[in-house]
Ligand binder design. Structure first.
Ligand SMILES: [Zn+2]
Length: 196
């Protein structure tokens, strides 16, 4: 039975990602023995940190690093979101935008989301925009990522804890605003994750 601690022991930090150092399947996802069967480790990490995964939903990587189990990089999405996400990341170079049957966002909506997105904002955050446009947060993330997700700022790194969990910083290029709550969330997560 995997625990948060046992998962952490088998990871290595890579930027702000926490990469699984155990077995990696051909799919690129890590595998771990958990609750009597072999499971994808990013899904186990999601469950341990955030609770059960609703039936049929995918656990998506906002960092696009399949080995990563940092709970701050994992969001729930549908299969359609996952497809839209792959398209956004150009993993599937043949399928692009609305020409793909699983793409959910029209170019107009995508542009609107990109224009308005402010991380964690009450009316323009991913949650609010996903409600307003009737798509999942995963789809919103997929839409905005290319434009708004930026590499972590080079915060001062003090010890392994901060190295492992240097918070990724979401910045709206239009406003230059980051998210003040993100640091707090990360502190909570770090405290939980690094308990010895
Ligand atoms: Zn990651």
């Amino acid at each position: 039975m995997a625990t948060i601690e046992s998962l952490l022991r088998k990871t290595t930090p890579a930027g702000d990602c926490q990469e699984w150092a155990g077995y990696i399947a051909k799919s690129g996802y890590g595998l771990v023995w958990h609750s009597g069967k072999t499971r994808q480790v990013h899904r186990v990490s999601y469950e341990l940190h955030k609770g059960p995964i609703t039936d049929g939903l995918h656990v998506m990587h906002i960092c696009d690093n399949r080995k990563c189990i940092n709970p701050g990089h994992l969001v729930l999405g549908t299969r359609a979101d996952n497809m839209a996400d792959m398209i956004a990341k150009k993993r599937d170079v043949k399928a692009k935008g609305v020409s793909h049957p699983n793409a959910k966002l029209s170019p107009e909506i995508a542009a609107e989301i990109r224009r308005r997105y402010i991380p964690y904002d009450r009316t323009n955050g991913s949650s609010a925009l996903s409600r307003e446009f009737g798509v999942s947060q995963g789809a919103v993330y997929a839409c905005i990522r290319g434009v708004t997700w930026q590499p972590p700022v080079s915060a001062p790194l003090v010890g392994v804890t901060q190295l492992a969990y240097a918070p990724f910083v979401a910045v709206n290029p239009a406003t230059g605003r980051g998210n003040p709550d993100l640091a707090k969330a990360h502190q909570r997560r770090t405290a939980l994750f690094c308990r010895r």
